[in-house]
Ligand binder design. Structure first.
Ligand code: S3P
Length: 181
């Protein structure tokens, strides 16, 4: 069984921030799938969207996920749309403990507006703004739910969030090690 800790969830839920904290606490490497994708491509996500469209970006995203999931014992922050592909969802589910970070659209809108990386890393997926978040999130919620071992509200501080995630993971590990057979 793979022992990665994977973070999924919409843009702005703080996957990268809490991912780094979790990696420190676990002594695991932290892998940010979007950062690795940009390094491999030698281009920003915005430039990839502009040149290859969203379809080109999604192909690259799936290839990076396959590469990352070959390794164990890492904390992995995924891009918000990685769950759109069924093959990605299957790979995520079998690659470790999957935590879905969730938050309400208005909170996400505020966070995304305040994040200086939004321009380069988060091209528009629809009309932009709060309506885009509502619309895209509604379509994605069942897919996040399908992949997740647990859903955790991302509205607390990163440190508290990391504590909550580690407790959830520990509880699952101890339950499965107590299961006979
Ligand atoms: C995307 C989310 C982004 C990035 C790309 C597409 C999405 O990642 O992968 O802009 O479709 O939601 P973050 O979730 O890290 O912002």
């Amino acid at each position: 069984m793979k022992q990665n800790l994977l973070l999924i969830g919409y843009r702005g839920t703080g996957k990268s921030t809490v991912g780094k904290l979790l990696a420190d606490r676990l002594g695991f490497p932290f892998v940010d799938a979007d950062v690795l994708l940009e390094e491999r491509a030698g281009a920003t996500i915005r430039a990839i969207f502009a040149e290859e469209g969203e379809a080109g970006f999604r192909k690259r995203e799936s290839a990076i996920l396959r590469e990352i999931c070959q390794t164990d014992q890492q904390v992995i922050a995924t891009g918000g749309g990685v769950i759109l592909s069924e093959a990605n969802r299957e790979l995520i589910k079998k690659s470790g403990f999957v935590v879905w970070l969730s938050a309400e659209p208005d909170i996400l809108a505020k966070r995304l507006n305040a994040d200086p990386t939004t321009q380069e890393r988060r091209p528009k997926l629809a009309q932009g703004g709060l309506d885009e978040i509502r619309e895209v999130l509604e379509r994605r919620i069942p897919l996040y739910r399908e992949c997740a071992d647990c859903e955790i509200s991302a509205t607390v501080s990163p440190s508290l969030l990391a504590d909550t995630i580690l407790s959830a993971w520990t509880a699952i590990i101890s339950t499965s090690s107590n299961t006979p057979g």
